[in-house]
Design a protein. Structure first.
Length: 120
C-alpha cells in the first residue's frame, strides 16, 4: 500500500508553484516562455491570465516612472531658474548645480527604465 506523507504533498505543491511561476515569467521571462505553450487546459488559461496581468502592471509602473521623472525634472529646473545670483561664483554654481542634478536624475530615470524593462 502506497502512503502519501506530508513531505510528498509539500514537494508536489512546491513543484506546481515553481512550474506556475516559471510559466508566468516571474522567474525568467525569456527562458520559460516555452512552458506556457506546453501547458494544456486550465493551467494554460491561468498562466496566460497571470502573465497578462503582470504585463499590465509593469506597463503602469513604467508609465508612472516616466511621468514622475519628467515632473521631477521640470520642477527642479523651474526651481533653480528663479534663483538670484550676486557674484560670479554664484552664477557658475547656478549653472553647474542644475547640470549635475539633471544628470543624476536622468541616470536614475535610465536605470529605473532598464530594471523595469528587464522585469517585463
Amino acid at each position: 500500500m502506497d502512503r502519501t506523507t506530508a513531505k510528498d504533498i509539500e514537494k508536489h505543491v512546491l513543484d506546481d508553484a515553481v512550474e506556475l511561476i516559471a510559466s508566468v515569467g516571474l522567474a525568467n521571462p525569456l527562458m520559460h516562455i516555452m512552458l506556457l505553450f506546453q501547458m494544456e487546459g486550465d493551467a494554460k488559461k491561468l498562466a496566460s491570465f497571470l502573465r497578462a496581468l503582470l504585463g499590465q502592471h509593469v506597463i503602469l509602473v513604467v508609465t508612472r516612472l516616466h511621468v514622475f521623472m519628467l515632473l521631477w525634472l521640470i520642477a527642479g529646473l523651474t526651481a533653480v531658474s528663479h534663483m538670484p545670483t550676486h557674484s560670479q561664483a554664484e552664477r557658475v554654481g547656478s549653472i553647474i548645480g542644475p547640470t549635475l542634478g539633471v544628470s543624476m536624475s536622468r541616470a536614475l530615470w535610465f536605470w529605473g527604465d532598464v530594471v523595469l524593462g528587464i522585469i517585463r
